[in-house]
Design a protein around this ligand. Structure first.
Ligand code: PEP
Length: 248
């Protein structure tokens, strides 16, 4: 597929085997449609292998939600990038704000995970975003630019990857920035990607994430430099997720 637009669903810690019916319904609905956008689901790691089997004849791609920066060893509970790949993932979300805030992941930790993902042949989706306090202090562009500079290793140059701008205050809240605010931050993200990676930072898509729903997807996806979406809650049901995909 020539497009690098990407709509990725993040199931977070939701989903048991029975919920794979939603992934199957999504794949079946998309089967007859001309693909203009890449579509991915990122289920909990426990479901990747089963989802990979369910979607074996589909164009829907599969991602993990995090990976270790280590290749293997005595790291109880952690999952390596190679394990995700082995289970059937080709993408991995890294540096989600729920990992940064809830698990203390720093920009350096995220960059190390990106290196591990690339080494295993996974395409990273690297998340950045400001908190409400940072936005209210007028620091959104500064914070997000600094996260891009420090979370993207130079080895990304020439590799497939995406950056997701996800304002922390918009995730799961029903709140979204104005279209002007999204455009402003996406322009800043692009500038930081180019500053960090030169030519290698020009073409990777910049996804928007944070309360994307079928009823706001079209206007958000039409904003300059919005190259797709990272979708949480609305990716759990095939009908909602399809509404977003069809708006792209
Ligand atoms: C997310 O978790 O990445 C996200 C964007 O969630 P939601 O769409 O539910 O705001």
């Amino acid at each position: 597929m020539s497009t690098n637009r990407l709509i990725a669903g993040n199931w977070k810690m939701n989903g048991l085997a029975a919920d794979l019916a939603e992934a199957k319904a999504l794949a079946e609905a998309l089967a007859g449609e001309a693909a203009t956008t890449r579509v991915a689901l990122c289920p909990p790691a426990t479901l990747i292998a089963q989802m990979n089997w369910q979607l074996r004849d589909s164009t829907v791609e599969i991602g993990g939600q995090d990976c270790s920066d280590k290749a293997s060893g005595a790291y109880t509970g952690d999952i390596s990038a190679a394990m995700l790949k082995d289970a059937g993932a080709n993408l991995v979300i890294l540096g989600h704000s729920e990992r940064r805030a809830g698990h203390g992941e720093t920009d350096a930790d995220v960059a190390a995970r990106v290196e591990a993902a690339l080494a295993a042949g996974l395409e990273p989706i690297i998340c950045v975003g400001e908190t409400l306090a940072e936005r209210e202090a007028g620091r959104a562009v500064e914070v997000v630019s600094s996260q891009v500079m420090a979370s993207l290793p130079e080895s990304l140059s020439g590799r497939a990857f995406a950056v997701a701008y996800e304002p922390v205050w918009a995730i799961g809240t029903g709140l979204t920035p104005t279209l002007e605010q999204i455009e402003e931050v996406h322009a800043a993200v692009r500038a930081a990607m180019v500053a960090r990676l030169s030519e290698g930072g020009r073409t990777a898509p910049i996804l928007y994430g944070g309360s994307v729903k079928p009823n706001n997807a079209a206007e958000i996806l039409a904003v300059l430099e919005v190259g797709g979406a990272l979708v949480g809650g609305a990716s759990l049901k095939a009908t909602d997720f399809l509404g977003i995909i069809r708006a792209a």
